[in-house]
Design a protein around this ligand. Structure first.
Ligand code: 6R9
Length: 651
């Protein structure tokens, strides 16, 4: 950032208080903030006590090894026991844990008692295959219940899982296997996607060729497709099928490694973020309870993320299952076989709590309001968002068209590195502002600072930092602790802050607005302008469904704003629209933020987890060859965008 603070441009005056009945019955009330403020460690110790420990901790937090924390020092617990067995012991074995919905329409309900048997069998099978505490297990799996079973089986025996998103290439999988030194790979023959099948096993085979550390490949049969079979391959239904349902969970140290998860890696080699046991589960479990207000007896919860991302780890597997939730797991895409598929699933399972991403919400808005209107969504009582800043207009669309104008919407900010939600409204407490993640949760502390680390006043923007340790914080980068220090802790070493890499502003009330990655912030005539604010202004124009904005080099202003815009279904591109959009942005946030150039496109480049890759659009806007596109979900998108821009080069 330049010397200018991040400009605070967009104003938003709409407010949404929790419905009275919701507030009265909320899991977490306003007093939690003061309680946590009075004694942060006592507060987290109380949340840790929501779990079942074999050995009590002797110290809540040891921060002497900063930036590597130890939480609940000396405590011992088993994560799988906490997520499964204890619910069965409490008499809830018949409760459905997972309603699985396959893309072709097949479905399966798995109760907690059945989950306990499956996890125990898998734990025995893994042990039989030589997996021991501390060994790494790579999991390259579709969205099927066996994926959660495999993760929990690793946790049960103290092995470290590394889940690799199923749409990653064989090379990406091999690099992650090698970095972690994984001994076992768990995969599937394939999965259903967009009406067809993907042969996952072929990718796994290619990855394992040359990955010396892999001793066995455990293969779940999902599609029944013909697969090549090698000497290391073992069918899941043979190994797990034959194993005993008796397995005694061993208690592991609170700091025992639980998983490695590689960040999406927009730059350089992906980082293997390491999470451990007691602190991670404490915060994943508490935040799920607090932010989603789960009532395990009556709610049906659905997180639409893929289990290959941190959202899937914390809010499909560990958070909800530790709380005894009944949840939906869906294999496929939102538009197969039709664009109402998500709403059909909400209707079918009477989903009450839904957690999805802004990219999906903007896509639903683009498809049209009439699609969700065809389904009964009256079971919904809370909506959540994660992954990117949610534009105020997308927030309003979500609440109105999905939430029937009655449900609270919680915008949850966090990262792979934070392990669990950090900044979010409390749905029964907070009067929410559309587009704001509002305040740090009880027990969490964050702030906005300038480039020198000085805290900015309300009404100003800057860099988001986390200034106090939290239970689910990453404990390092696998095999490269120096990179952990350099990436997150070096920038504000003097103040001891964790630097999140995101821009943010504090509004006049001190509520937080996330403004996107710092790398994306534009510098126009000496003003730091966030891409998020300009995008939000564009998305508030009725014809616009989605927008991505970049700063391109400009001789007079330093950078000029170039916008890429997707129109809603049925809207036409013309010269009047171009002028109208520019005038609209000028009116909403001021002439300084008016795009110089607006390009209407059909798609935007996104990572496989749905985040817009502005770096590539910047290449196009600056008329140079487009950089590394390997993390793109759909590499053809860039060709389409370049083809539309008259001056763009072909690389
Ligand atoms: C959970 C997850 C982390 C980055 C983060 C930020 C962006 C996530 C957000 C958000 C604004 C939100 N991000 N949630 N930005 N508002 N509610 O997405 O983890 O994949 O590691 O990404 O995503 O930029 O720094 P991860």
């Amino acid at each position: 950032m330049s010397n200018e603070a991040l400009s605070n441009l967009l104003r938003e005056d709409r407010r949404f208080a929790p419905p009275a009945a919701f507030a009265a019955d909320a899991n977490v009330k306003a007093d939690a903030y003061a309680e946590a403020e009075a004694d942060r460690e006592a507060f987290w110790a109380k949340q840790a006590s929501r779990l079942s420990w074999d050995t009590e901790w002797s110290e809540v937090l040891d921060w002497s090894g900063k930036p590597v924390a130890k939480w609940f020092v000396g405590g011992k617990l088993n994560i799988a026991y906490n997520c499964v067995d204890r619910h069965v012991e409490a008499g809830n074995g018949d409760r459905v844990a997972i309603h699985f919905e396959g893309e072709p329409g097949d479905s399966r309900a798995i109760t907690y008692a059945e989950l306990k048997d499956e996890v125990s069998k898998a734990a025995n099978a893994l042990t039989e295959l030589g997996v021991r505490q501390g060994d790494r297990v790579a999991i390259y799996m579709p969205m099927i219940p066996e994926t959660a079973v495999a993760m929990l089986a690793c946790a049960r025996i103290g092995a470290v899982h590394s889940v690799v998103f199923a749409a990653f290439s064989p090379d990406a999988l091999r690099a992650r296997i090698e970095d972690a030194g994984a001994k076992l790979l768990i995969t599937a023959d394939g999965y259903h996607r967009r009406g067809g099948t993907v042969n996952l096993k072929a990718n796994a085979d290619e990855a394992v060729t040359g990955a010396e550390t892999i001793e066995n490949v455990l293969v779940v049969k999902r599609t029944g497709a013909d697969v090549a079979w090698g000497a290391k391959d073992v069918w899941w239904h043979d190994a797990v099928g034959a194993a005993s349902t008796e397995h005694t969970p061993e208690a592991f140290d609170s700091e025992n490694p639980l998983f490695i998860l590689y960040t999406s890696g927009t730059t350089g080699k992906p980082k293997g973020i390491l999470h451990t046991t007691g602190g991670y589960l404490t915060q994943a479990s508490y935040t799920h309870h607090a932010v989603f207000d789960l009532k395990p007896e009556t709610d049906v919860y659905w997180c639409t993320a893929d289990v290959g991302w941190v959202t899937g780890h914390s809010y499909i597997v560990y958070g909800p299952l530790s709380n005894g939730a009944t949840e939906v797991m869906y294999e496929g895409t939102p538009d197969t076989p039709h664009q109402g598929r998500f709403w059909e699933i909400v209707q079918k399972y009477k989903v009450s709590l839904l957690y999805t991403a802004p990219t999906a919400i903007r896509m639903f808005a683009k498809w049209g309001d009439d699609i969700p209107a065809k389904f009964d969504l009256s079971s919904l009582r809370l909506l959540g968002s994660v992954g990117e800043p949610i534009n105020p207009e997308a927030w309003i669309w979500y609440r109105k068209n999905i939430g029937g104008d009655r449900t609270p919407v919680v915008d949850t900010w966090w990262q792979t590195e934070t392990g669990a939600i950090m900044i979010s409204p409390l749905p029964g407490v907070t009067e929410a502002k559309p587009g704001s993640a509002m305040r740090p949760l009880p027990g969490i502390s964050a702030n906005v600072v300038d480039k020198d680390g000085a805290i900015v006043e309300n009404g100003h923007g800057g860099l988001l930092v986390l200034d106090k340790p939290w239970p689910s914080m990453a404990r390092g980068i696998w095999g490269d602790q120096q990179r952990f220090v350099d990436t997150y802790w070096a920038r504000f070493a003097e103040q001891g802050y964790y630097f999140a890499g995101d821009g943010a502003k504090k509004d006049d009330d001190g509520d937080l607005w996330l403004l996107g990655r710092v790398d994306d912030i534009m510098l126009v005539s000496g003003h730091n302008i966030s891409t998020t604010e300009v995008e939000s202004a564009l998305v508030s124009y009725p014809a616009v469904a989605e927008a991505a904005v970049v700063g391109a080099k400009d001789e007079t202003t330093g950078q000029r704003i170039v916008a890429f815009v997707i129109l809603r279904a049925g809207e036409q591109e013309d010269t009047e629209l171009d002028a109208a959009l520019k005038a609209h942005v000028s009116k909403e946030i001021g002439p300084i933020a008016k795009p110089k150039q607006i390009q209407i496109v059909a798609e935007l480049p996104k990572t496989r987890s749905g985040k817009i890759m502005r770096r590539l659009l910047k290449d196009v806007a600056e008329d140079r060859a487009v950089g590394d596109t390997t993390t793109l979900a759909d590499s053809a998108v860039m060709d389409l965008i370049k083809a539309k821009l008259p001056h763009a080069t072909e690389d």
